[in-house]
Every structure is written in C-alpha cells, then in structure tokens.
Design a protein around this ligand. Sequence first.
Ligand code: KIV
Ligand code: ZN
Length: 516
Amino acid sequence: MAKEQLIIFDTTMRDGEQSPGASMTKEEKLRIARQLERLRVDVIEAGFAAASPGDFDSIRAIAEVIKDSTVCSLSRANENDIRRAGEAIRPAVRGRVHTFIATSPIHMQMKLRMQPDEVIAQAVKAVEWARQYTDDVEFSPEDAGRSEPDFLCRVLEAVIKAGARTVNIADTVGYNIPQAWGALFRTLRERVPNADQAVWSTHCHNDLGLAVANSLSAVLNGARQVECTINGLGERAGNASLEEVVMAVRTRKDFFPVETRIDTVQIVPTSRLVSQITGYVVQPNKAVVGANAFAHESGIHQDGVLKHRETYEIMRAEDVGWTANRMVLGKHSGRNAFKSRLKELGVELNSEEALNTAFARFKDLADKKHEIFDEDLQALVSDEAAADHEERFHLLSLRVCSETGETPHAVLVLTDNGVEHRAEADGSGPVDAAFCAIETVVASQTDLLLYSVNNITSGTDSQGEVTVRLNKAGRIVNGQGADTDIVIASVKAYINALNKLMGGEIRHHPQTPHAV
Ligand code: KIV
Ligand code: ZN
C-alpha cells in the first residue's frame, strides 16, 4: 500500500532555542538551517520574528538562502506579531506563518483574561492577517492538551474556515499520555466538519518523557505533521526528538502508514552540529544519536552481532550517519582530496579563500595528528565558521606551565581590536590560569555557566571540543573551540564566547511570550 507523507517540522531554532542558554547567533542559525535542509526536513521553524530584531534578521537571512525546505516564523495571534512574521519570511521560496493562542480554561482565564468567544474571534483574525502574506498558514491552539475537546472543535473549525492549512495540536506542558493523545486526534478529526481541509499536526513536550510516544500515537490517529527538534532540545524537558520519530517510522514501516523525506545519514552530523552550537551535550545512552546507541558491551551481544548483525541491532549505524572513525586523510593528502571529502560530507565553503584557510588549518592539524577522521574535518570547518574573522579578540600565543606541586601559570598574547596585550595569571589548573589571564585584559564581568570538553574521536591524540557558556547581565552565549590541545581549545571557546558578548553584536535570549 502506498504510504502517505509525514511532514517533518523542525523547531530546533524556535522551541529548541528556548532551552536555557541555547540561544544562537544569526551565523549559527544559518549553519543549522543549511544542515536541516541537507537533512531534508520539510519545514524549518527559524524563530519568532517579533521576539527581537535579532530573531527577525535570522529568519529573514534563512528565508533568503534556504530553497528546499519551507521557512516558518512563529507569531502570537496579534497583528504586530503576524506582520513581523510575514515580513521575515517574505524572501522564502516557500514561507509559512505559524500563529497560536491558548485554548485551555486555565490559560484563557489566568493568562489571557479572555472569554472563549473572544479567543475564537482573535484566532480567526490572526489567520486572516497571516493569509495576507502567505497561503501557508499554521494555527496552534496552545495548551490543547488541557483544553476542552468541544471548545477545541469550535476553534479548529473556525480557523480552518478562515484559511489555516495546518492545525497543530500542542501538548504545551507535556501532560498527555499516548492513548489519550491519540484518542484526542481521532475525536477532533471526526468531529471538526472541515477537518479534511487541513493537515493535522502534533507538537509534544517531554515533561513526562512521552513526547515521542505521544507524537507517534497522534500519527497512528491521523496526524501527518510532527513538530520536533534535533536531540529533543526544547523548553523545559524538551520537545519530541526528530531522530527518534523519524527512525521509529522508518524502522517500523510494517506498523506506520507513513514515510518521511528525511535523508537519515544526515542525522548524526546534524545532532553533532546542534550539540556543538548549543553546548547541550547528547547523553551517551540517547536513542539513535547517543555515543552508545550502537555499542555492544555484553559478550553475548557482541558474539551475536558478529555472527549476524540483526540479532541485536534494529537499525544500521551507518544509516543514521555514524562513521566508524575511518581514517580519511593524512598529512600527504592534497587540496583536491580535502575539497572532495568536504563535499562528500555536505560541507560547502563559500569561497576559494575560505577553502584555502580551511586547508591550511587541516595541514596544521595533520602535523599534530596523523590520522584525520571525518569528525575531525567537521570540527575543523565548524571551528573555522565559529571564528568570526572580524572578531574583536584574537589569540596570538599561549604558554601554560602545569607541574606537580606547583601552581599552574598561563602567559598569553591576545589582540583587542588589533591592539596587542600580554597577560599572565595563576589558576587552580591550566584552563583556569588561561581564563584568568584573558580576564586581566578583557575584564568581561561574565559568569561562567558551563564548561564542557568532549573528545571528537577516540584516542589521546583526538581533538578536544570545548563549549563555554557565559552570562553577562542576563545575556547568555555559547562559545566553541576545537584543538588537539584542550587548553588551546578551551581558550578558543572562551574567546569565541567573549567575541559574541562583547564584539558589538546584539544578542538576546528569546522567550516565547505566552500571551496575545
Ligand atoms: O508548546 C507550545 O504550545 C508551542 C506553541 C507555540 C506551538 O510551542
Ligand atoms: Zn512548544
């Protein structure tokens, strides 16, 4: 039987960005958007245009470059929000406005202070305003998971009549369980008279750890769009994880009447990119994208897998983009081999100059590390992209002394707007000493919220990938750096974060304002 398409709507850059500390710069959002397009997601929710000028600019920039996925902006159900969303998506080949208003008694009474009939009227007006910008309008009843089904039917009928093409039933607080969520879809689709004129979508939060299960139950009851995020990132306990939804539908094609367009080999590279940019480390036992998702520890399992892989594996690691630390290049590899491997990895550098810089960095790395794996190449280009070449602070040199019984000491030279400064400091360890030395020059008045190191490949010669999260008076940014020397990687990450905070760029921490 022919399968129906399940639309994959990614909200990593909107709901995902609402995770504390996960805010992204415009450049980072563009990198993620390009990777999501490579992953072949159908809809990219690029942000919430009215939240800030920065969010508006990011959505617009994404709308300008993305050709194969629909680009969407969220908006509350008020005219200003909708006009901002409509303007932001205007350059897109396919643009969507997603508007929402709460429909649960508790939200209507306590938050909106609106009568149910006023909510319906506002929802209809919102859809009509949005239709002035695009035919592709999505409407979400917020907190549908705690709304009265009768009222939901009235709202949904009215917004579909007003022109909403997608209706997205949101379990905003993650309150539902799979059977109840599936039954709600069945009821709504049976009782809303014009139900067949819209695509039904599910948006589940993970407060009870049920976001993926609830989404799949909705699919079994007629949902044809799932809203999800890479690595399950999102407000509080997160959203349904894209990789789990996609691989469940694909692995159990005997069970689900739908298929997705997702290029599954891009799943792990996308997961890595999002983790690296947001600083949200993926837990090792996370399904599909966790480091242990395909590792067999028990002897019995190893023996089984060696004899016949399907004894203990329901998916193939390579189908979701895991590569087996394959040595791909070395110090004798030429520029062409480097360029073509990057192309195979889906990495496009936008100028010959960028390619030359990346190649020079590759040669430096190959001098330190004999075997260069795909993961190293990905980190290398990410590191290159993370470094803003117009950056205010730039590291020129670093020396650290760390010896048993002695206080670690760091000496470094960095430039601030081109002016060289030498600094030195002691610290409790070499990383602390280096950060203290930087602070003697920069005096950033920031708090370090997160410092994390991951090895990119196995072995002690692996590159370390460091994420640093800094808070300056409520503005939170992440910085990244990679190097075979983890102190240098740490300093790169720290300077990257300082450049974002103090390099003149206006940053924000977006919050979806939960009112009209
Ligand atoms: O969780 C929620 O209700 C949302 C809506 C804006 C769809 O994110
Ligand atoms: Zn949400």
